[in-house]
Ligand binder design. Sequence first.
Ligand code: NI
Length: 212
Amino acid sequence: MIWLRRIRYALWGAVGIAGFLAMAIMLGWWTVDGPGARAIRNAAPASITEIGGPFTMTDQRGRTITDQDIRGKPTMMFFGFTSCPDVCPTTLSDMTGWLEALGPASEKINAVFVSVDPERDTVEQMARYLSLFDPRILGLTGTPAQLEQMARNYRFYYRRVPLDGGGYTMDHTAMVYLLDRDGRFTSTIDYHENRQTALPKLRRLLGAGSAG
Ligand code: NI
């Protein structure tokens, strides 16, 4: 049932958000948008040391990609799996639309899709799946251990859920992370967030990238 799945994704989103808020409170930092947000946001990046760090994965062309390879440009990063029925294709379509809407500026941002399903998402499967979306989207997969390391450092959730009648699906964090050019976490775009708020976030990220 699609609506049941939606509720489950929403709940995982809530878990993720609760985690962020707890961390934000711990670090004395808050993500806000709207009036007064700028000063807080500008003060934020130096203290956000909790999300990010090393990873080593393989892209859809079979190349080894590490955190060092995405430095130098800001990054939008999303987590999911290629047999996802709903959230992942929607978000990858959104990402494709954002890249198009950014025009030439889209060359100055990384778009990354991280598979949380290493068992089924082989390099070949990632290549096949990502051919449906903007070719600049970098698809990362790896061994279970590589994924675990990345999830620990980037604080995203994933969980295997058995299906009635065999097989499984994956629950996963549904937010898009925004990282600055030094790989530091700055904010998120939520699942199904509309273009009117998503695009300004990306433009701000790009602006901060070229100024710093
Ligand atoms: Ni998904």
